[in-house]
Design a protein around this ligand. Sequence first.
Ligand SMILES: Cc1ncc(COP(=O)(O)O)c(C=O)c1O
Length: 451
Amino acid sequence: MRELLHETADLAADFLESLPERPVFPRVEVDELRARLGGPVPDRPTDPREVVRELAEAGDAGAVAIPSGRYFGFVIGGAVPAALAADWLTSAWDQNAGLYVAGPAASVVEEVAGEWLAELLGLPRGVSFAFVTGTQMAHATALAAARNEVLAREGWDVERDGLAGAPPIRVLTGEKAHSTLPRALRLIGLGTGSLVPVAVDDQGRMRLDALHEALASGDGPTILCAQAGEVNTGSFDPLGEIADAAAIAGAWLHVDGAFGLWAAASPRLAHLTAGAERADSWSTDGHKFLNVPYDSGIVFCARPEAHRRAMSVQAEYLVQSGEGGPRDQVDWTPEFSRRARGFPVYAAIRSLGRSGIADLVERCCDLAQRFADGVAEVPGVEVLNEVVLNQVLFRFDSDDRTTAKLGAVQRSGVAWMSGTTWDGLQAIRISVSNWQTTEEDIDRTIAEFAS
Ligand SMILES: Cc1ncc(COP(=O)(O)O)c(C=O)c1O
């Protein structure tokens, strides 16, 4: 076992050391990967060292250099060393982090890391939390609590009676809400028919006049979802005014802060999230700005009882701590058996500290601004967003040129980023979310667009 793990550590280090030189997107075809990795079900056992060696070889050929400083796709962080190493320990320990009795250290680490996170993100004392796979499941968890609570206020017990015959719930979101929100509504049985889209401005921020109009146009149980960090522009909804409107309407306020909530961890950027602390629930990710390996999402709730009621589970054979006892994660998460995903979050926070996290977030944002300034000098380029955070949205002077340039840079292997559509036009998105990105990485990428 020791030899296997040492060898595996070397293979992992080989991959990480190859990042500066390897093409950011692998030069491999899907058929080649299928041929290398596929085949019939193996009849006989194979030596684990051989299995890992072969997997590393074939897997390496098809791996995207996501931990590289020149990966700018979607909103994807890298992995700071302590978090990566703690993630390995998590697998070696193989705790079932559903119950305290199946992993006492995992339970306590989640307790500690959850409280640290709430403080770093400027959330009120005493919020409940759960470590889930990502913001998608954080939304599903928070909105299940929201659904139950707004219906309970109408005298409807959704835990017992389900949704058939329940008073209809309206869910107000900006038109640029992330696609994981409507999916969460589908998962919790509200459906996308419950959505009331609210018009946004040219940066994707919810318009307050449209919000007031939407709130006034109906009544009954209401959930209002605001966004801290739009996925293309990085823009923030006007959170303070939205919190005011939610309070007057008696609506549950949920904030999608998948990456934008991390602005609160920087004294320089915290003003962007002002008002977020007044929400009822929040979703964010460890695998974006905090640079924790996948999968790492966190949900917080200012109404712990609603959160717990929506998630908790009992069975005769379960050994649960009960009120006031140690934390049983199963009471807060949608999963039953689960990975101890608090360890890498804990390690990331300990290794970076408050100042290191602020520095990481600010550095990413400064580099995004450097990219925007530099790419704006490239003939034919227009930067489409106000760079308030770590996202840059830009295009060339036609859709064809934009698509062609994006494809050429992706194929060059120098960097990778994704395209999008903004106001009906093709555009290119840059997300700087990696602790390893340097000014040189930014300048090389701009040069590639200029070539
Ligand atoms: C604003 C926003 N919300 C939600 C998500 C989904 O997060 P996850 O992939 O962790 O579920 C993203 C992902 O980029 C996002 O940017």
